[in-house]
Design a protein around this ligand. Sequence first.
Ligand code: LLP
Length: 427
Amino acid sequence: MVKRKLREPLEDRKGSLFFDGFSVKELVEKYDTPLYLLSEKRIRDNYNRLHNALISNYKHLRVYYAAKANSNLTVLKILQSEGAYLDTVSPGEVFMGLSSGFTPDRMLFTGTSVRNDELKFLSGANITVNVDSQSELDRLLKIAVPPVVSVRVNPEVVAGHHSHCITAGPESKFGLTEEDALKAYVTAKRARVERFGIHMHIGSGILDIEPYSLAVEKLLSIAKRVHEEVGVEFEFIDIGGGFGVPYKPEDKDLDLSEFSSKIVAPFKSKVKEYGLGKPFLCVEPGRYLVCDASILLTTVNTVKSTPSKKFVGVDAGFNTLVRPTMYGSYHPILVANKVAQADKETYDVVGPICESGDALAKDRQLPLVEEGDLLAVLNAGAYGFSMSSQYNSRPRAAEVMIRQGKVVMVRQREQLSDLMSSQRTAE
Ligand code: LLP
């Protein structure tokens, strides 16, 4: 018998896994696998923990949830009801945000390579845009002069859990350099834009506060120049998302009180020192709010050995959770019906997709796994369902949420007919 360290909403009850008080085995009997299981309570707790830690050092705070992490309508509604704002990157996310009760004044759009018709849509919907290039700004101004303009700058400080998730520095396609940002504000001023913001997002999955703090310092020094040289007053300063979550056993939690004292408190004093008034401090967390609020449940179909490896074949592959394949990401895995059993064997946990890269875990220590066992892939709430696909013509998974002690289906499992839903046959 082993006692594993499980966090809320997970619990070991006599060797079997419970989630927010419900037996995952019983949920799977009803809803089948692959199944994303979500906890409303954990989403609310994550939001409040982050919000409270930051606001303790700076009152003018806005927490924009980055919808891309998980754009389920119920997730959006929950965060809307907590008072969150919303960061969007596509008309689709704006549409989902509006549908879940976010008003346009509670949304930002931080896209890249944005089409003209998308800019027209944003302008018509009165949504503030963090422009990613001079080209985007010029095209936006041609449509109509927006009441607010915000420029995404590249603070030349990098961070992130994988090269794909570093969104600043010399190799990055995102944002404007300091000099180009100055020019963009001059353009906006000349066009008689009256209200302004400034934005950065350096990367995703940051557990180390140092790079973040350097980037915020740089952002503020750019804001100071824009203020002094172009005469811009900032209504908001947006330091982006990227708040990390521990995935690997050796990862530590992001220390929120350290983040607040090393980033938010100096932000407050620098803003004062630079004469920047009282702008809102905006943050854009995606992962932090939803990652550990969801697990992916998947059934073991096959256990097989080759001369060099032991494989556990499950019914979720990179069509369901792409992060391990795409970034080599580590997700903790539990055998949900054997939580109290010690690890005995080393397995590759692989999916049903016909590609060798289709693995949820490589060389993973697990208890002895048998056909019919149920695996729980933890930390699946961020960039899990939202990055899933129908590859290999597999319908997408269902999502079920525990809400106030009840089990609620928040996304139906796709059916075979959904595979054809937008297709036409050429006669
Ligand atoms: N704001 C902007 C402008 C962003 O581009 C992103 C994420 C966020 C906020 C939220 O970042 P977060 O707090 O979630 O780290 N698919 C990758 C992550 C890509 C993130 C892209 N941008 C993954 O699964 O790790």
